[in-house]
Ligand binder design. Structure first.
Ligand SMILES: Nc1ncnc2c1ncn2[C@@H]1O[C@H](COP(=O)(O)OP(=O)(O)OP(=O)(O)O)[C@@H](O)[C@H]1O
Length: 224
């Protein structure tokens, strides 16, 4: 399988504090990688570098053969919008919009017609068991339902890579497990690679590759 994302000798410092040191990371198309480690070990910081959200202090991140630091800001934002997806712990939906409108947002921003965008969103939402709630405002959803909408929004435009930071951390364990299973199944089905930051060993056990961070270093890499 070809490599979609690669980090080489990546450091990230916040002022004098070095949060990531000399990270080497390779992600193939369709691969699921988990990043584990104790609180403050640098997991989110590494994820932000990989996602092109924060530029590394040293080293390079290459997406589909392109060094992210070589892209002007506008091109980097466009790449993030069109080829990447993001899921966070609390979903971060727009409460005034419906389930369908929230999930369709990446397509609408890309200029796709409302009709087409909503058709694609409702298909993904259906796969996540949300087909009966398309017109509900997201302020009226349970935590598990909200997280499914966040997953649908991250996958709807069939990105190459989805970055997920503790995506089910706000859910109870039964709900977390169900949402995660659906998320990874759908990602694998559409060959979207996933980088998932998690504290949960069960979550990491479903990945193809597990990275463990300690004090900013990748201490271990295991192919499951
Ligand atoms: N914006 C920032 N400014 C300064 N220091 C930061 C900033 N963000 C994170 N840090 C520090 O960098 C280190 C790594 O933080 P990071 O959030 O990447 O860890 P993490 O492993 O994701 O932690 P957690 O599991 O608690 O979310 C920590 O010592 C943290 O305090």
């Amino acid at each position: 399988m070809d490599v979609i994302l690669r980090a080489e000798s990546v450091d990230l410092s916040y002022g004098s504090h070095q949060a990531v040191s000399n990270a080497e990371f390779t992600l193939r198309r369709g691969e699921v990688a988990a990043i584990m480690g104790s609180s403050g070990s640098g997991k989110s910081s590494l994820l932000y570098c990989l996602a092109g959200v924060l530029p590394p202090t040293n080293g390079t991140v290459t997406f589909d053969g392109v060094d992210l630091s070589s892209l002007p800001d506008g091109e980097l934002s466009a790449l993030r919008r069109t080829r990447l997806g993001f899921v966070f712990q609390y979903g971060e939906l727009l409460p005034e919009l419906t389930v369908e409108e929230n999930a369709a947002l990446p397509l609408r921003i890309a200029g796709i017609s409302k009709k087409h965008a909503h058709a694609m969103a409702s298909q993904v939402l259906g796969r996540l068991g949300m087909g009966d709630l398309l017109r509900r405002r997201t302020s009226k959803l349970s935590g598990g339902q909200s997280q499914r909408v966040a997953v649908a929004r991250a996958l709807v435009h069939r990105p190459d890579v989805v970055f997920a930071d503790e995506p089910t951390g706000a859910l109870d364990s039964a709900n977390a497990s169900a949402v995660l299973e659906e998320f990874l199944q759908l990602a694998r089905r559409q060959k979207t690679a996933v980088v998932i930051v998690t504290h949960d060993v069960d979550v990491a056990s479903r990945a193809d590759t597990q990275y463990t961070m300690s004090d900013g270093f990748i201490a271990k890499r295991v192919a499951v």
